[in-house]
Design a protein around this ligand. Structure first.
Ligand code: DX5
Ligand code: ZN
Length: 216
């Protein structure tokens, strides 16, 4: 199981420090939540933040694009130093084209599905991507409650991925803590995004990550 700390929950005044703490504690990648106030009812960060984070870590940077027109921003995020671009199935009329554009930029492509979206929509796009992100909360905010009905879907996605003859990450995002982490791992997730469970820990980022990794 690998951890992808979501900097949405970080203290932005100490962002560099918090990212290096996560790197030292064994983070697999840094998850960057991009929100446009339209696809989701919240605003977060853009390429300028990614550029700054790129300077302080060697970890892969994955963009979770919660924006209405991802195509308009792919190049800017690629240039800012992103390694993966994750786009939602919802609202994208030409998902295959968006995925090809990500690949043409030389980046890892991933598809994201919301809690109400069935795993079956992945059927035709799975062969094109290196990662699936299953939302375990509705996107837009950190610190929400894990939606337990997404567990059977994670199992379905894992089964679909096993049919491929190459690796494809099954990542989950939202409400992941020491209680829910073992559930999603049992269901077949191999990458866990966690924001508040990592960055709002009273002790430290390292202690929080250890607790998540050891949760049973
Ligand atoms: C929600 C974001 C998540 C969020 C997770 O829209 O996609 O990445 O930061 O936060 P926690 O771990 O606090 O639920
Ligand atoms: Zn996210």
């Amino acid at each position: 199981m690998r951890l992808a700390p979501s900097i949405l929950a970080a203290d932005f005044a100490r962002l560099g420090e918090q990212v290096t703490d996560a790197e030292r504690a064994g983070a697999d990648r840094i998850h960057v939540d991009v929100m446009d106030g339209h696809f989701v009812p919240n605003l977060s960060m853009g390429p300028a933040v990614v550029q700054s984070v790129r300077r302080v870590t060697r970890l892969p940077l994955e963009m979770h694009l919660m924006v209405s027109d991802p195509d308009a921003f792919l190049e800017a995020f690629a240039e800012a130093g992103s390694d993966s671009l994750l786009v939602h199935w919802e609202g994208n009329a030409n998902l295959h084209r968006t995925v090809q554009r990500i690949k043409a930029l030389g980046k890892r492509a991933g598809v994201v599905i919301n809690p109400a979206t069935p795993a079956s929509v992945l059927e035709e796009i799975l062969v094109e991507v290196e990662q699936v992100l299953v939302m375990t909360v509705n996107p837009g905010f950190g610190h929400q409650h894990f939606i337990h009905t997404t567990l059977p879907k994670i199992r379905r996605v894992r089964r679909m991925v096993e049919q491929l003859d190459r690796p494809c990450d099954v990542e989950v995002d939202g409400g992941i803590d020491a209680t829910t982490a073992p559930l999603v791992v049992d269901a077949g997730a191999n990458v866990l995004v966690a924001g508040s469970a990592i960055f709002t820990d009273a002790e430290s980022v390292a202690a929080a990550m250890k607790r998540l990794a050891n949760a049973e």
